[in-house]
Ligand binder design. Sequence first.
Ligand SMILES: [Zn+2]
Ligand SMILES: [Zn+2]
Length: 329
Amino acid sequence: MEAMVLHRQQGPLRAEELPVPEPRRGQVLIEVSACGLCRTDLHVVDGELANPKLPLVPGHQVVGRVVVAGPGVDGLSIGARVGVPWLGWTCGECRYCREGRENLCDRALFTGYTLDGGYARYMVADRRACLALPDGYPDLQAAPLLCAGLIGYRCLRFAGDGPNLGVYGFGAAAHIVTQVALHRGQKVFAFSRPGDEKSQAFARRMGASWSGSTDTTPPEELDAAIIFAPAGELVPVALRHVRKGGTVVCGGIHMSDIPSFPYSILWGERVVRSVANLTYADGEEFLRLAPQIPIHTEVETFELERANEALSKLRSGDVQGAAVLSVGA
Ligand SMILES: [Zn+2]
Ligand SMILES: [Zn+2]
């Protein structure tokens, strides 16, 4: 099968022919049709996340159809359309798994990082990681729901439902979270890099009440803020704009160091927290909600072979909405 393979971090992916993987107990073989790109893929490729499986097929917003079910798989028929997210396997035994917080599993394995992912014609996935996708979303439009959507949704849960929500970094996750927030009756204040007027215009087009650069003050105090940009210096910036009792949620898996800041901007019961991975319950809940809103995903499509080009566009912030690899033959 064709696959885009990472052999060494900070190097390009190579187009290669690999054997089609065989599903083991509890796994299915999926014929991939689309795979979304995520900033986390950049962290893996660029070396900010240590110790990936190597060689590695990246990609963790995978849409495809089940072609073979391994032993012990039930409830998934051949031909079923499924989505595979970042959380690829959990142990089911550790304290976190037993508490229903498998996103924090001590032994978790991650799609496209410590397990092969969806930048390929086929992949195997644990049956538990296969999420049912809502009808009405073509494969390419469904892919960004699987990380940008899911992680954004989990961030929004911790940000709460206060009327004014700040969003820092307006990429794939922000454009979905904005639609959920508007649906809940919240106003969105969108921040992007100074000079990035394209993203700011995109945010307003997606329904943000206000958009501006990260070095400006929003016109109203925020109840909460979600930081999707991997820039630690935004934590004190956001804290200064969040009212007493408000929360700053860091949604990325990697962030540059957070500079020291005066206690006074945290005082007043403000909270800074991270959001890690997702639970499968989050996935099911969000994927049920998406068509009710309905969430519309803006995608820029690239052929599988152009994965390197797609990653560099994402790296330079040149993608509006979500970048997705079209994998189907
Ligand atoms: Zn566990
Ligand atoms: Zn992701």
